[in-house]
Design a protein around this ligand. Structure first.
Ligand SMILES: Nc1ncnc2c1ncn2[C@@H]1O[C@H](COP(=O)(O)OP(=O)(O)O)[C@@H](O)[C@H]1O
Ligand SMILES: [Mg+2]
Length: 371
């Protein structure tokens, strides 16, 4: 559920609509363009039977194109104005990038008020279904699968941060945006909040958007966006993958603790292995410990101390000893006017609602600061 969506003023609305046309024009050259009729046929008139997901953007349907290709069709909710922006952001960020750990955009449809994205279909839906969903939708993810999901996601993010031109900050790394193919290879999806990040700037000041439980404190509090906000969210994701627990609940450790707080407390007590998902029958203790420590490196309060994503890939995939002397306390985003670094006693989520995507009022104008 979206926390609140900001209304576009009519000028901005016109601009979004214009942009949609410009983008669709540009896209004729680089992605396939589908007619609304073809996508309606592919989804059996957008039948609820074919519904495979729902997010802030609208509804996602399973579909079959005329050539037999199975696809996921993401249809912008007509009423969602924020969705129009996200539609453009998503196309912009993903149209030209290809990587085995990023979902592949096949094409789009911009017809009248309809804005639709067509993606490769991923058989195992998203990580939150498989890992954190109801018992019926959950899949047994053994340690091997979980560690491959961590490393694959880290590689996808490394590509976005360090190899894509211009670089891309995803801004909404979380379990429901990690899609899984038939062999559980992770593919980062949902680029609706992504920002292109030119090479010569250190940070973007922007309106805050993302999902509570995954927001880096400096970004949530001051709107300072760097790649390190994604690194923070990725750290939270590792903790969820290893523990099988959701970061949006605050009831771990027999009190009202968030997952990250609980992890830090266990780390300080020297009993971090207690966090490991009890449903994991067999796992390599050393490796699980290393993963959780990497998560703590990623979620440090000071953004500058967090590793880059390529360093994270290295830390996860090589059997190296981490220099824990350099590890400092995590930062927590507690509520709208407080920033905390290190454990304190009264954590509150931004709202009691869990796992929604939030977006602040458009009060800050995006600007860049030279290095
Ligand atoms: N390519 C896909 N293959 C399979 N399921 C998908 C795919 N894309 C999205 N989904 C499902 O739809 C949900 C919402 O998609 P997402 O792209 O995150 O949209 P939103 O921007 O609305 O959050 C995902 O969490 C997942 O369950
Ligand atoms: Mg999503």
């Amino acid at each position: 559920m979206r926390c609140w969506s900001f209304g576009l003023r009519s000028k901005e609305r016109r601009h979004a609509a214009d942009s949609a046309h410009i983008v669709s024009g540009q896209l004729l050259e680089c992605v396939a363009h589908f007619s609304y009729d073809e996508l309606r046929t592919a989804t059996d008139n957008f039948s609820t039977r074919n519904k495979i997901g729902r997010g802030g953007f609208g509804i996602v349907y399973k579909g079959k194109l005329r050539n037999g290709l199975r696809v996921a069709i993401k249809k912008l909710a007509v009423a969602s104005k924020q969705g129009q922006r996200e539609f453009l952001a998503e196309i912009n960020a993903i149209a030209l990038v290809t990587h085995q750990n990023l979902v592949r955009l096949i094409g789009c449809c911009v017809e009248g008020t309809n804005c639709i994205l067509v993606y490769e279909y991923l058989e195992n839906n998203s990580l939150d279904h498989a890992l954190l969903g109801q018992k019926e939708t959950r899949t047994r993810l053994d340690w091997q699968k979980r560690s491959a999901i961590c490393v694959g996601t880290a590689k996808g993010l490394t590509f976005l941060h360090e190899e894509a031109v211009p670089h891309v900050v995803h801004r909404d790394i979380k379990a429901s945006n990690i899609l899984l193919d038939k062999s559980f290879t992770p593919k980062i999806g949902d680029f609706g909040l992504a920002k292109l990040f030119p090479d010569d700037i250190t940070h973007i000041s922007t309106r805050i958007a993302g999902t509570t439980g995954y927001l880096a404190p400096e970004y949530a509090m001051a709107g300072q966006l760097t790649m390190k906000a994604d690194v923070y969210s990725f750290g939270i994701l590792i903790l969820e993958i290893v523990s099988g627990k959701s970061s949006s609940k605050a009831d771990w450790g027999g009190s009202d603790k968030f997952l990250l707080e609980w992890a830090w407390e266990l780390y300080e007590r020297g009993s971090l292995l207690e966090l490991v998902d009890p449903e994991l029958e067999e796992y390599q203790e050393e490796e699980a410990l290393r993963y959780m420590k990497v998560a703590l490196f990623c979620t440090q309060g000071a953004a500058g101390r967090r590793p880059s994503m390529s360093q994270v890939v290295d830390m996860l995939s090589r059997d190296i000893k981490l220099n824990e002397k350099q590890l400092t306390a995590p930062g927590y985003f507690q509520d709208s006017d407080r920033l905390s670094v290190g454990p304190t006693s009264s954590k509150k989520p931004l709202s009691s609602d869990s796992g929604y995507r939030t977006s602040s009022e458009p009060i800050t104008i995006t600007h860049v600061r030279p290095r």
